[in-house]
Design a protein around this ligand. Structure first.
Ligand SMILES: [Zn+2]
Ligand SMILES: [Zn+2]
Length: 391
């Protein structure tokens, strides 16, 4: 199930793993701007003699060709940072760019996959099949994976595997359960148009503030009254912009929100209901409504066989006590676009350690990770690839 040479090699490369991650951490690049990161990745693979190509504009796809014929397994890491101000100012490797930060751990993912590639490349003569390395841009805006798929990332691939470092889980624990893992994440905008006018003459106006407020209150029943309570769904309105002045009746209101769920029928249902509520509520007041619904990531649903393989690999590489069951999150992850094409799964590796102050939430300015978790992540990538090819 696991390969001793891989374990040994990753152990030896641990210092390099940390060095790479810290370098990437100090030089964060936002989604679709990962020019230096992808150049670094490509150069690193070149140095190892691993065939690779750049994708447009900032992705890298590598391929380790095994010495024996077999299947192809794809391993994926994302590379983008966030527009978050790093608050870990004492860190010697803190972000050098104001307002940009690796606050989700994608720096670790890139470093882990590079070191996994190095270890797999060492034993490539023994590999029965090929390892595809996917270094993906723009996960945080949910468009990177889609673009990588379009540019051939999973062509000829039999299985795909990804990892996210997870600060909400104890460090070095591994979670990969069959079924839902991350929710679909959509964005919607509703624009109401009424008729503005003097704040003291409501009878001549159609108040967009009233229309929007009514919509916000009413639309809550979509989740609470029309969906099976056993099936999770979230409809959040995060932003509402209405009016211009205290004594002017608002002509326009703009509402922005997000929808999360695991089931595609529920997703269709909520989208449909949002349109119905917007139009009907507007109609009651004589206003008009326009709904813009943008589908972001789909739900990440782990394949049963793949998830069980991850669990078996984790137990044989790290011991029974490493297994953890993290419940599905309503957060989104664009890894789903690969799973749309090929079977596979997505694992979480814990990096939360109160002693090291690394339990801060992802996307927070104080986010950091227990770097000891990275060796688990790097080895899990490599051992999973080895095990899948030898299955
Ligand atoms: Zn993130
Ligand atoms: Zn992330």
């Amino acid at each position: 199930m696991m390969n001793e040479k891989i374990k040994h090699a990753i152990g030896q490369y641990n210092e390099e793993l940390v060095t790479i991650r810290r370098k990437l951490h100090s030089e964060p690049e936002l989604s679709w701007e990962e020019y230096n990161t992808s150049a670094f990745v490509s150069q690193y693979l070149d140095q190892l003699g691993i065939e690779n190509r750049k994708t447009n504009p900032t992705g890298v796809i590598g391929e380790i060709k095994g010495g024996k014929p077999g299947k192809t397994i794809a391993l994926r890491a994302d590379m983008d940072a966030l527009s978050v101000e790093e608050l870990n100012i004492d860190l010697p490797y803190a972000s050098k760019t104001k307002g940009k930060m690796h606050a989700c751990g994608h720096d670790a993912h890139t470093a882990m996959l590079l070191i996994a590639a190095k270890a797999l490349n060492d034993i490539k003569a023994e590999l029965p099949g090929n390892v595809r390395l996917i270094f993906q841009p723009a996960e945080e805006v949910a468009t990177g994976a889609k673009e990588m798929v379009k540019q051939g990332a999973v062509e000829g691939v039999d299985n795909v595997f990804g990892i996210h470092i997870w600060s909400q889980m104890p460090t070095k624990k591994v979670s990969c359960s069959p079924g839902p893992s991350f929710a679909s994440a959509d964005i919607f905008t509703v624009r109401f148009k009424g008729r503005g006018g003097h704040g003291a003459i409501p009878q001549d106006c159609i108040d967009a503030a009233i229309v929007a407020s009514s919509f916000v209150m009413n639309v809550q029943s979509v989740v609470s009254r029309t969906i099976d309570p056993q099936k999770p769904a979230v409809l959040t309105i995060g932003k509402m912009t209405v009016g211009t002045r205290f004594n002017v009746i608002a002509e326009n209101a703009v509402i922005e929100g997000t929808v999360r769920c695991f089931d595609s029928e529920i997703r269709d249902h909520i989208e449909n209901q949002l349109r119905v509520y917007a139009e009907q509520v507007a109609a009651v007041y004589g206003a008009s409504a326009e709904v813009d619904y943008v589908r972001g990531t789909q739900a990440v649903i782990n394949g049963e066989e793949s998830a069980h393989l991850v669990q078996d690999v984790a137990v044989s590489a790290f011991g029974e006590e490493v297994l953890y069951h993290e419940k599905p999150t309503m957060g989104g992850e664009d890894f789903s676009f690969y799973l749309d094409e090929v079977p596979g799964c997505f694992a979480l590796v814990g990096s939360g350690n109160a002693e090291k102050d690394t339990q801060w939430a992802h996307h927070h300015g104080r986010f950091n990770l227990d770097e000891d978790a990275m060796v688990t992540g790097a080895e899990l990538y490599a051992q999973y690839a080895w095990s899948f090819l030898n299955k």
